[in-house]
Design a protein around this ligand. Structure first.
Ligand SMILES: CC(C)(COP(=O)(O)OP(=O)(O)OC[C@H]1O[C@@H](n2cnc3c(N)ncnc32)[C@H](O)[C@@H]1O)[C@@H](O)C(=O)NCCC(=O)NCCS
Ligand SMILES: Nc1ncnc2c1ncn2[C@@H]1O[C@H](COP(=O)(O)OP(=O)(O)OP(=O)(O)O)[C@@H](O)[C@H]1O
Length: 198
């Protein structure tokens, strides 16, 4: 069973593209969602986060305070590096376990969706990488529509923490263009046809 990564900058449309693969029956691992899950449920990690970022990391009900962490991490490179170093190894292990289960279910390939595949080193666990590409103005507009709590400055700060689209395009094995010019479904069908025969 092949493990294929799917990456792209914030707002590029990774989740939308992954939903199309899911319709075709392809299992998709959502790194963002799983990162949030381990940060909330792994007791050792919770304690480490609290030590690193203070009591305000969890609210009065014990829930992860994401806006608090976003303010810290997306505006201070040292804090972001600290957060990444704590969380990414957990996501790596969690993905390996998940992929082992999917292999038993007999799939030809699975997808790992993550904004940070190159930055986190996760690409090393994967056989091939797809980059979803959209120009920055389109990405910013999409995120502002999707996340009304973020400002244009917030989105630009996050973009500044991610590898440039040029470098992701250069390093990718496959590209899906989600630029409001090219149709998504034919691109996904073509890739799926290629992956089942890899
Ligand atoms: C800082 C946190 C709490 C902010 O949560 P919030 O709900 O505001 O944002 P959300 O998680 O939806 O992220 C919004 C977008 O920011 C980008 N992003 C997320 N984490 C990172 C990061 N570590 N570095 C750069 N960009 C990131 C992604 O494009 C993501 O889709 C959260 O992003 C987080 O815990 N990040 C660390 C874990 C991580 O790296 N996740 C990404 C894949 S493993
Ligand atoms: N081709 C498209 N046409 C219209 N809207 C789109 C298109 N692609 C994505 N969107 C919308 O843009 C927003 C961002 O897309 P999506 O959430 O898939 O991006 P993402 O790459 O997963 O972003 P993030 O890194 O923040 O998780 C969503 O609200 C989505 O519905």
């Amino acid at each position: 069973m092949k493990k294929i990564g799917i990456t792209g900058g914030i707002g590029s449309g990774k989740s939308v593209v992954c939903r199309l693969f899911q319709v075709l029956g392809v299992p998709v691992y959502d790194s963002d969602a799983r990162a949030k899950w381990v940060m909330s449920h792994d007791e050792a990690l919770r304690a480490e986060l609290q030590t690193a970022f203070g009591a305000a990391t969890f609210d009065a009900h014990g829930q992860l305070d994401r806006p608090y962490l976003a303010r810290l991490a997306f505006h201070d490179p040292a804090q972001l590096a600290r957060l990444n170093a704590l969380v990414h190894p957990h996501v790596g292990h969690d993905f390996a376990e998940w992929a082992a289960n999917q292999a038993q279910a007999g799939h030809a390939y699975v997808l790992k969706e993550a904004a940070l595949l190159y930055e986190s080193g996760a690409y090393r666990q994967l056989d091939h990488i797809i980059t979803v590409f959209a120009p920055q103005p389109i990405r910013e507009a999409r995120v502002l529509r999707r996340d009304p709590h973020r400002t244009a400055q917030d989105v630009q700060a996050i973009i500044g923490k991610q590898l440039s689209e040029e470098e992701k395009l250069q390093r990718a094995d496959f590209v899906v263009y989600n630029d409001d010019q090219q149709l998504l479904i034919p691109q996904v069908l073509r890739l799926n046809g290629a992956f089942v025969n890899l």
